[in-house]
Ligand binder design. Structure first.
Ligand SMILES: C[S@@+](CC[C@H](N)C(=O)[O-])C[C@H]1O[C@@H](n2cnc3c(N)ncnc32)[C@H](O)[C@@H]1O
Length: 273
């Protein structure tokens, strides 16, 4: 049985805070989430949302499944292009020069990396802007996501046209091979990223980073208290002077974060003091 649109909104407003998420983040993607919930209700052969609520109260394990249904996976290469320009032309070369001076690797982390579009964009930028200018630089690139299917797609690294629409034409020719209707990354870029399955609410990669992408995940979907807690843990993972980049239209409670200042408000770039 299909659930009514308004009932699904009410259900989401009830369930999201219990999972530590914010309703406002889901407003635009509620159709997608409601579709998943509908499919789950049909799979369980329940009558609708009221029965599903009952099912949740009797089956605590279902909360974990509901939590995974809340993950939104929209992404694309070079999303929010202006910040990539600033990164490539200024921030990355500066970070690279500092890393060389201190005789250590330049370390970057893409948190909530979806199917790899974000870390691979960074790998392309390294190849274009840093590799020749800093031949001695060791560049380390970690990418994490909670969703195994997306990570599998990331290691496969083939994308539909929509995901590469912001890739400059010369990069598209240089780094991708068109296979049927998809654009597949060449191995030199694929091999640069280390993917890991991690839930950012529970774990983060080892060590400290010069640059952390945390776009369209924590600020967008997590409830304020949870977002503050996770952002503050991310802050401990950023080297002094290093950067964190969040998504466009993604609220970041910067006033509640320790050691993090706004570096460029328009481009959503923050710096560890
Ligand atoms: C909307 S996508 C954003 C992808 C990319 N960062 C971007 O901005 O284009 C959000 C990603 O975060 C992942 N995600 C959601 N909750 C997560 C969690 N608790 N831990 C790790 N990844 C999570 C989702 O699986 C999804 O791939």
């Amino acid at each position: 049985m299909k659930t009514n649109k308004n009932h699904c909104t009410e259900f989401l407003k009830w369930v999201l805070p219990q999972l530590g998420f914010r309703w406002e983040g889901y407003r635009k993607v509620k159709r997608q989430v409601c579709k998943r919930i509908n499919a789950r209700i049909s799979y369980l052969q329940l009558r609708g949302l009221i029965s599903y609520k009952e099912y949740l109260s009797k089956n605590p394990g279902e909360w974990k499944i509901l939590d995974s249904m809340m993950q939104i996976s929209i992404s694309r290469f070079f999303r929010d292009y202006k910040s990539w320009e600033l990164l490539g032309n200024k921030l990355l070369p500066e970070l690279a020069a500092r890393a060389i001076e201190k005789n250590r690797p330049l370390r970057c982390w893409s948190a909530g990396c979806a199917s790899g579009e974000e870390p691979y964009s960074l790998a392309i930028l390294y190849d274009q802007k840093l590799k020749h200018q800093f031949p001695a630089l060791e560049f380390q690139l970690a990418a994490t996501d909670a969703n195994n299917n997306l990570l599998e797609r990331a290691t496969n690294a083939c994308y539909p046209a929509g995901n590469v629409k912001d890739v400059p034409a010369n990069y598209l020719r240089k780094y991708f091979i068109k296979q049927n209707e998809e654009y597949c990354l060449k191995n030199n870029i694929k091999n640069m990223v280390t993917f890991m399955k991690q839930d950012i609410r529970k774990e983060m990669p080892e060590g400290q980073f010069d640059l952390v992408f945390c776009k369209n995940i924590v600020g967008m979907y997590f409830a304020r208290e949870k977002a503050i807690e996770v952002f503050n843990r991310i802050a401990t993972k950023i080297r002094p002077g290093g950067f964190m980049i969040t998504g466009n239209h993604e609220p970041v409670p910067a006033d509640s974060l320790h050691d993090i200042r706004v570096f460029n408000r328009g481009l959503n770039i923050y710096q560890k003091t």
